[in-house]
Ligand binder design. Structure first.
Ligand code: NAD
Length: 241
């Protein structure tokens, strides 16, 4: 990773912050993107709203300009909406599609030619176990994660010949604000709910952000040089049925 240049979206979130830290510790120069990136240690700060198409379309070039190149893109930002289809509003639909699918689509579309011109690169998208199999009461979220999983597989095929490896990480539950806020909204104590949920995982605990960041680092690195269009499940032994 030494001297590599990387763009990370959702850099202020639980998993994003861990990815940024890992990349920088490994010697990469990192551009961080999120709605607010104030206070994040990074080599370039690119705040903005991924629902803004112009922002997403120009983010890779902005990162390349600021870092002097773009070797790695981590499409990590995401939102979760809860409920079955009958509980889901049009706003849930457009927010979920906008952040979880359209933004990484636009970012990949803009990053691929930049990487191709440099002879290659690596993109890691964030899907979910819930993008591989259905999950209860999160129909729209699961559908967006299935969409980014499929897009990753297709892009992995289409751009391998340009030396660009495009893969996705598929976590199960991770101890981040996304998971904890869901418990809090439903009136549970987040610490005890996370501990209880951990008992349902064969490894005995819910993932910490670093557990996911380490796999993202692997996929972004040359150690994964023969992997293209792969969906890597990181679930502590607990597959979603
Ligand atoms: P998080 O809520 O801690 O972080 C998500 C980040 O995305 C936040 O910093 C948020 O500001 C950013 N973001 C959301 N909407 C944005 C927008 N419109 N513009 C710019 N930035 C925006 O969540 P996390 O758990 O770290 O999630 C990271 C990724 O992992 C997401 O794609 C999520 O779907 C996925 N994931 C999480 C879990 C889990 O249990 N936490 C499980 C599977 C997959």
């Amino acid at each position: 990773m030494n001297g590599k240049t990387a763009l990370v979206t959702g850099a202020a979130g639980g998993i994003g912050a861990a990815i940024v830290q890992c990349l920088r510790q490994a010697g990469a120069r990192v551009a961080v993107a999120d709605r607010s990136v104030a206070g994040i240690d990074a080599d370039a700060h690119l705040p903005g709203d991924l629902l803004d198409a112009d922002y997403a379309n120009t983010l890779p070039q902005q990162a390349a300009d600021r870092l002097g190149g773009l070797d790695i893109v981590i499409n990590n930002a995401g939102v979760i909406t809860r409920g079955s289809v009958v509980d889901s509003s049009d706003q849930d639909w457009s927010l979920s599609l906008g952040v979880n699918v359209e933004a990484p689509f636009r970012i990949c579309r803009a990053a691929i030619p930049i990487m191709a011109a440099r002879g290659g690169g690596a993109i890691v998208n964030t899907a979910s176990c819930w993008g591989l199999r259905p999950g209860p009461n999160h129909a729209v979220y699961c559908m967006t994660k299935a969409a980014i999983a499929s897009l990753t597989q297709c892009m992995g095929l289409d751009h391998a010949h340009q030396g660009i490896r495009i893969n996705a990480v598929c976590p199960n539950e991770v101890n981040t604000p996304m998971l904890r806020s869901g418990f809090e909204k439903r009136g549970f104590n987040a610490d005890s709910a996370v501990a209880e949920l951990g008992q349902t995982v064969p490894l005995g605990r819910v993932a910490e952000p670093e557990d996911i960041a380490d796999v993202v680092m692997f996929l972004a690195s040359d150690a994964a040089r023969y992997m293209c269009g792969t969906l890597v499940e990181v679930n502590g032994g607990k597959p979603v049925r």
